[in-house]
Design a protein around this ligand. Sequence first.
Ligand code: GRF
Length: 200
Amino acid sequence: LRIAVFASGSGSNFQALAEAAQGGRLGAEIALLVCDKPSAPVVSRARAFGIDAFVFQPRDYASREAYEAEIVSRLRDEGIELIVLAGYMRLITDVLVQPYYGRMINIHPALLPAFPGIRAIRQALEYGVKLTGATVHYVDGGMDSGPILAQRAVEIRDDDTEETLAARVHAVEHELLPRAVRWIAEGRVALDGRIVTVRR
Ligand code: GRF
């Protein structure tokens, strides 16, 4: 399975995917990184793994649709079969969602549908929930709203700060996301309306 990873920042999830691929544990090849921030650390991580990158600046384009059209043509050239959004901090339009619905997943640092959007870890702390976690879901046109593929819970401790909680949520993400990609690569995942089932 040829996948493209989209990321905007640190890329620790990209790193987890690339290490899993290198170790033969992903069932998939990362053929392309797509990044909207030339200075993001994830770009050098891709270079270190010898993975091709399409790096762009949104301000060089007239609209979101314009750069997404270019992304779609790169994805077609590369024969990409699955898109993995891993910290891609941009809303996606129909230009990407239409052709890739059911073939695009996202990782979110909360137990959706709780705390969609940005700063999900801080949102959970400030709300005072005792349990949060990580979610892998298919991407639809909404904000973190598509069908849920996998979730894992993380307990919130009384003395947690945003930093300590983020460290535990990220550790869970780094296991959950490569596993979800492997399930898809193995053909075990079925999407039926909102319901996703994984054959064991
Ligand atoms: C992760 O928490 C992911 O769930 C969210 O953005 C963060 C990206 O972190 N969508 P990283 O760039 O993979 O380190």
